[in-house]
Write a protein that binds this ligand. Structure first.
Ligand code: PRP
Ligand code: URA
Length: 205
């Protein structure tokens, strides 16, 4: 299951607002938050559960809880806009940060920060709204694999077919969950139709 494109009317509705060049940046945080919660619901659909016996006020029953620790890893800076949506639904998740920035000329991402909690045996959920060439996600996945993450899920709002194909071939065990797969990259490695520079639109830069 390397790629899931979330087909959901509400996700499409929110994504259309994020794409619209008329949407002001002050609406961007709430839209990003809301879309991320829909994508996260899909991304966590098949997480491993372990049985847990509890008592309701009425009687004992067999329930279940998530079996593996979750570490959520926003890619700075745009991935920060997705973080609160995840910690709201997964308050026990530990948080790691990876800072990556694409060079404006070459579109190759340069790593400038990495702070991760114990990843051994964890399910890592990478947050990055844009998957363009796949270079940033590639570096993030390599960090997490090196630290012992057992399972890696990448959540993005919009993916380019080029970047998605690259990651699927390179990391067939990573599950990519995207709000949409767009047409292609342009010469500057921006996604078409895309939504422009997510970080700039989110933070008003
Ligand atoms: C953007 C985006 C991804 C990356 C995707 O970040 O948030 O991290 O580009 O491109 P890629 O798949 O070609 O690597 P950017 O480098 O612009 O940094 P920012 O989040 O600080 O704006
Ligand atoms: N990063 C963005 O923010 N947008 C793109 O289209 C590509 C990379």
């Amino acid at each position: 299951m390397p790629l899931t494109v979330v087909e959901h009317a509400l996700a499409t509705h929110i994504l259309t607002q994020l794409r619209d060049e008329m949407t002001p940046f002050e609406q961007y945080r709430a839209l990003t938050h809301n879309l991320t919660q829909i994508l996260l619901t899909e991304a966590t659909r098949h997480l491993l559960l372990s049985p847990k016996t509890i008592r309701t006020p009425m009687e004992e029953m067999s329930g279940a809880e998530l079996a593996k620790p979750i570490v959520v890893v926003p890619i700075l800076r745009a991935g920060l806009g997705m973080l609160s949506a995840v910690t709201e639904l997964l308050p026990n998740a530990h948080v790691g940060y990876i800072g990556l920035q694409r060079d404006e000329e070459t579109a190759v991402a340069r790593s400038y920060y990495c702070k991760l909690p114990d990843m051994a045996g964890a399910t890592a959920i990478i947050l990055d709204p844009m998957l363009a060439t796949g270079g940033s996600a590639e570096q993030a996945i390599m960090y997490l694999q090196a630290e012992g993450a057992e399972q890696i899920i990448l959540i993005c709002a919009v993916a380019a077919p080029e970047g998605a194909a690259y990651l699927i071939e390179r990391f067939p065990d990573t599950h990519i969950v995207a709000g949409a797969i767009d047409r292609r990259l342009n010469e500057q490695k921006y996604i078409l139709p895309g939504l422009g520079d997510f970080g700039d639109r989110l933070f008003g830069t």
